[in-house]
Ligand binder design. Structure first.
Ligand code: NAD
Ligand code: IPM
Ligand code: MN
Length: 353
């Protein structure tokens, strides 16, 4: 199979982890007889430096034509004082909106060899397998007005959802639960927020179409607690944009490091695959970033966009095997095995493919 993949390394550790992922995919192509063509474009601070804006039409158009997109990470202190519309983060939000990537899938499943790498007790996290379905193109991130008033002393953000935006993500949640363990937890703040009350109403309507799926509603504060006290009680979590952002970073603790978590951002027609973590400015350029979240994101690409299940599983198995051999980057706080940099971690995965 031949596929055209747009790669957007972005900022900070973005380039380092993207290189890792391209090497792994190149090996997969060789082994399984595919042809992956990689075309690189800019996003974030890197795009701002080159073209004066965090996302250009050129990048958007390339993405629209691609078979799939890989994104590293964006952002960094260098660009934190730019006006809001020029910040790297705006590039990421804009590409999500431009491609209508409304469903952000963030699986959280610990690898067996890393169960003891979590600050949580192994007995608490053993067996946890959570699948966060996060709404990605609505809510507080996009609602207007968003502005400063009264000489900058008043700030407004708007949490706005249209019925159809909630319906499609809730359906995604139900569909996901149906092919997993048939348990959907809808997370909201319906005791306070009007948007959450509409969300809950829609979940109640939709559940009639999925009688085989058990549904719970949970308030987000309580969900944040449950996620680390009783993670095995979850299967699929469906939630709005900001809650999903926060809960997924929290959930990464189960896996031992934020550097482990992959994600898929999906529209009806295309997928963009990005690790959950950011550009990690504190370690950028040091060659020590964990490439596994990015590598596992490329496995998700193979599975979701290209239907290459065997190839995706091969990557996941190679990652697991590498961890079994004790090879790991410094973000994983384990005291045995061998601590390595990005390059050696990647080479180990490739050698296990
Ligand atoms: P971050 O995820 O970049 O880093 C948080 C901590 O985790 C840091 O200590 C970092 O070193 C560590 N870490 C993250 N990924 C790692 C990896 N692969 N290997 C080893 N350690 C890793 O979050 P932050 O520091 O809050 O944000 C930094 C910048 O990233 C900000 O500009 C933010 O806006 C941006 N950001 C971008 C994305 C994205 O591109 N999708 C996501 C989150 C944050
Ligand atoms: C993420 C990031 C982004 C988000 C930021 C950088 C805009 O935190 O992908 O999780 O909040 O969605
Ligand atoms: Mn985030």
């Amino acid at each position: 199979m031949e596929k055209n993949i747009v790669v957007l390394p972005g900022d900070g550790i973005g380039q380092e982890i993207m290189d890792a992922s391209i090497q792994v995919l190149t090996k997969v192509a060789e082994k399984f007889n595919h042809k992956f063509n990689f075309e690189q474009y800019e996003i974030g601070g890197t795009s701002y430096e080159k073209d004066g804006e965090p996302l250009t039409d050129e990048t958007v158009n390339a993405c629209l034509k691609a078979d799939a997109i890989l994104l590293g990470a964006i952002g960094g202190p260098k660009w934190d004082s730019l006006p809001p519309h020029l910040r790297p983060e705006q590039g990421l939000l804009k590409i999500r909106k431009a491609l209508n990537l409304y469903a952000n899938i963030r699986p959280i499943k610990g690898f067996e060899p890393l169960l003891h790498a979590s600050p949580l007790k192994e007995s608490v996290i053993k067996g946890s397998d959570i699948y966060i379905v996060r709404e990605l193109t609505g809510g507080l991130y996009f609602g207007t007005p968003r502005e400063r008033r009264e000489d900058g002393n008043v700030a407004v953000d708007t949490l706005l959802y249209h019925r159809n935006e909630i319906e499609r993500i809730v359906e995604k949640g139900f569909e996901s639960a149906r092919i997993r363990n048939k348990h959907l937890t809808s997370v909201d703040k319906a005791n306070v927020l009007e948007s959450s009350r509409l969300w809950r109403e829609i979940v109640e309507e939709k559940r009639k179409d999925y009688p085989d799926v058990k549904v719970d509603h949970m308030l987000v504060d309580s969900a944040a607690m449950k996620l680390i006290t009783d993670p095995t009680s979850f299967d699929v979590i469906v939630t709005e944009n900001l809650f999903g952002d926060i809960l997924s970073d929290e959930g990464s603790v189960l896996t031992g490091s934020i550097g482990m978590l992959p994600s898929a951002s999906l529209s009806e027609t295309i997928g963009l695959y990005e690790p959950v973590h950011g550009s990690a400015p504190d370690i950028a350029g040091k060659g020590i970033a964990n490439p596994l979240g990015m590598i596992l994101s490329s496995a998700m690409m193979l599975r979701y966009s290209f239907d290459l299940n065997e190839e995706a599983t091969a990557i996941e198995k190679a990652v697991e095997e590498s961890l079994e051999q004790g090879i790991h980057t410094a973000d994983l706080k384990i005291h045995h095995g061998k601590e390595v940099g990005t390059k050696e971690m990647t080479e180990t995965v490739i050698s296990n493919l």
